[in-house]
Design a protein around this ligand. Structure first.
Ligand code: COA
Length: 166
């Protein structure tokens, strides 16, 4: 199947909910995306579209990193979701790679993700690179990807308000 990764449009909102609910089996991530969007906190919102419609979703939201009385921008990756019947065919990787490339082109310097290192390490995400950041999700699943040498090296990470509802 040919897959196109593109920015979401308002016509995609229902399909994005369906993809997230089908992939995760609960409504938590679908609700999170709706709240992030309503709050204006979705920095980049990508869908993967096949011949029969939307099969994948990948969202990125703004993070603020506080260090030494200064505030720097970062980006949170997630949720990433692919319809169960379409999983393991490269859709997730295509969305993440497109998102990372676009964020780099936008001048973003740091992306943080909470997820399986076995999956996210293929994109360059690294547990060690996240060790100097303090988040509500610290632990072995927190990983960071530095997109430039002037990326923040550490600090206290503030997620978008929607994450507090999780
Ligand atoms: C995780 C997910 C987005 C990956 O998308 P996908 O299109 O199925 O994955 P891809 O085809 O791009 O990549 C397949 C590879 O990822 C690996 N993989 C998939 N899910 C994984 C997981 N949870 N942990 C570790 N590896 C995983 C596969 O084993 C495969 O590895 P290989 O390339 O070494 O064979 C998708 O499986 C999904 O929607 N899962 C349910 C929701 C979820 O857990 N999302 C991630 C948390 S935000």
């Amino acid at each position: 199947m040919t897959i196109l990764v593109r920015t979401e449009t308002p016509d995609d909102h229902d399909a994005i909910r369906s993809v997230n609910k089908a992939a995760f089996g609960v409504s938590v991530e679908a609700d999170l995306v709706d709240r992030l969007r309503a709050d204006g906190d979705l920095l980049l919102s990508l869908v993967a579209e096949g011949e029969n419609g939307i099969v994948g979703y990948c969202g990125f939201s703004r993070l603020i990193i506080d260090a030494n009385d200064k505030h720097a921008n970062g980006v949170s990756l997630g949720p990433v979701a692919v319809l169960p019947r379409e999983q393991k065919h490269g859709v997730g990787q295509k969305m993440v790679r497109e998102g990372v490339a676009r964020l780099k082109a936008m001048g973003e310097t740091l992306i943080i993700v909470l997820g399986e290192p076995a999956y996210y390490s293929r994109f360059g995400f690294d547990v060690a690179a996240a060790s100097a950041f303090r988040t509500p999700y610290d632990g072995p699943y927190l990983q960071a990807l530095r997109l430039s040498d002037d990326a923040p090296a550490g600090g206290d990470v503030r997620y978008a308000a929607a994450f507090a509802g999780l």
